[in-house]
Design a protein around this ligand. Sequence first.
Ligand SMILES: Nc1ncnc2c1ncn2[C@@H]1O[C@H](COP(=O)(O)OP(=O)(O)OP(=O)(O)O)[C@@H](O)[C@H]1O
Ligand SMILES: [Mg+2]
Length: 143
Amino acid sequence: MVKKEYQIIANNFELAGRASSDIKKTLKALEYSKAMIKRICAASYESEINVVIHSVGGYMTFEIINDYVELNIYDDGPGIFDIQLAMTEGYSTANRIANTNGFGAGMGLTNMKRLSDVMEINSDQFGTHIRLIFVVGDLDALS
Ligand SMILES: Nc1ncnc2c1ncn2[C@@H]1O[C@H](COP(=O)(O)OP(=O)(O)OP(=O)(O)O)[C@@H](O)[C@H]1O
Ligand SMILES: [Mg+2]
């Protein structure tokens, strides 16, 4: 069993991706398949960037529990105004600074949904909590 926690700082593009890199390193050391690592780290990266560009800061927990990996991402406000709309491909409220850094295509949440086996979003004006579960599946064992 593994449990790690990472702080995510709003608007800090230099440190963005740090949590995902450490998760990748940990999963590699534990000999998870490339496919499983890619799935988890692409999703964790998207969620990390969302905290950086859309919130005032937060943190992510990374846990390995038996045959699944769980990520929980918490941030402080302003929250996702309309979750269904936010889940639409191409919808984005990212600002110009985020755009300049290469973000804001409106694909992050959609990709997280596709990459994970379970995705739960809870959000109000005080903040957002996203829970992601990744189960080692048949496809994950192939590469
Ligand atoms: N943690 C969050 N807090 C507040 N709003 C959020 C948060 N995450 C996502 N959103 C809202 O949902 C929209 C869609 O998010 P999504 O990650 O799909 O796209 P994006 O971050 O705008 O662009 P991309 O992920 O492609 O760089 C965001 O533009 C934002 O309005
Ligand atoms: Mg995003």
